[in-house]
Design a protein around this ligand. Sequence first.
Ligand SMILES: [Zn+2]
Length: 482
Amino acid sequence: MQLCDDTGEKVPTGWTVTGASFEVEWPKDPQVASGIRSHFGARRFAYNWALAKVKSDMDAKRTDVSYPSTPWTLEALRKRWNQEKNEVAPWWGDNSKEAYASGIADLVRALSNWSSSKHGRRKGRKVGFPKFKSKRKDRNRVRFTTGTMGFEDDHRTIVLPMIGALRSMENTRRIQRHLAKNNARLLKRTLSQRWGRLFVSCQLAIKTSVVTPPSATMSKKDPRAGVDLGLRSLATIADSNGGITAIPNPAPLRATMNERRRVGRNLIRRIPGSHGHRQAKAKLVKLDRKAVYVRRESIHQLTCYLVDNYSEVKIEDLNIAAMGRSMGRRALRRSVSDAGLGAFKPTLTYKAERAGVKVVVVDRFFPSSQIHHNCTGRLTGAKLAKRLICDTCHVEVDRDENASLNIRDWSVISCGPVGSSALPVPRPFGTGGSCDDGMTHHRKRERKTASNTGGAQRGKNDPRASENEARRKNLEKGASSE
Ligand SMILES: [Zn+2]
């Protein structure tokens, strides 16, 4: 497989791009610490400088079509930076040239995202034109692609160009052993600040060891599993014998919610800039950080469990973004992002590839929670109810367990004979596929009229009207995938 890293460089076959992140201590030496901040600022400065050039070029082009504007490429903008840097930033020598290059590269990326989104070449949410970065809002970071890329032999020290040695909080051996054996090549390193802490993330290409999955008879793994991701429990796994394993949701935010509420109340009572305000803010940040770590860990444990125990894993193709928007109630939306479901698929995919496990993504419009697995009858119940009742055999089933079984047998259900009472299996939009059921059609029509009147009331020129329309469409998609 040919992989590309961000710079567009081809990674040869047999190599995989992967990353490792280490938290590093803020240097005790105030000079080194201010050097780090200076690098963050330099990246932002170059980004804003390049954006100002691009904007003034566009304005000049509007009045004079023959105006020679700088192309939106890293090379061209960097060349222009090198011509002008003595004038606009006489202090440029204080920071590594990589700091400026990474700012310009980020702008080039943002411009290309905007342009492909505008011309319909990019999926997903519309990307706006890049904005100037403010010190308050921009996340502090700087990327190094060349220069000293060293780790020291104590397995604790990471050396960055111009900045120097930083002490890692974690042993760096796990990537150094690859580098020592010449099995890996460092592509780039990013120094960034989050929650007031410093992190160095390394992107590296590693020689992939060829994994030959053991033959079905030799393998001790269960041949197949269906995974239903959810909010009640993080995942419900149906194995080939019909056994159900429910992985509980750690819901880290919910656990810390009371604590956050208390600290949040404390924070607004403090005077901004005071010692107490800083203290309360630090507490809040600590709770958030904890939540992120617990969430990440639970996704890692789940994906490792799946890859270790099954040779084929079927998962749903959830539209997490739409789910987060559509669930309606704030608490539900919060639990969608709380569960960190978005990280599940990418994490599972790369782990499965390494272990030779097959991942099957079930069609987004497969109504896994509406078909009774035993009799293919239709299930009814409240929108998010845990127990559902079958229309045909009147058996009460657990929504998540039933859905995981349906996902496990996905291809069987969609190809095999379907009972008259069963739902038609929907196909993706655009192929003339049927929708979930009559109810949905009815709801859709209702919503459409509602949105039309809403748009008329607000006036045709209101950009919110079309935005809401688009959101509503997404919402329906989300609801039908649920
Ligand atoms: Zn039934």
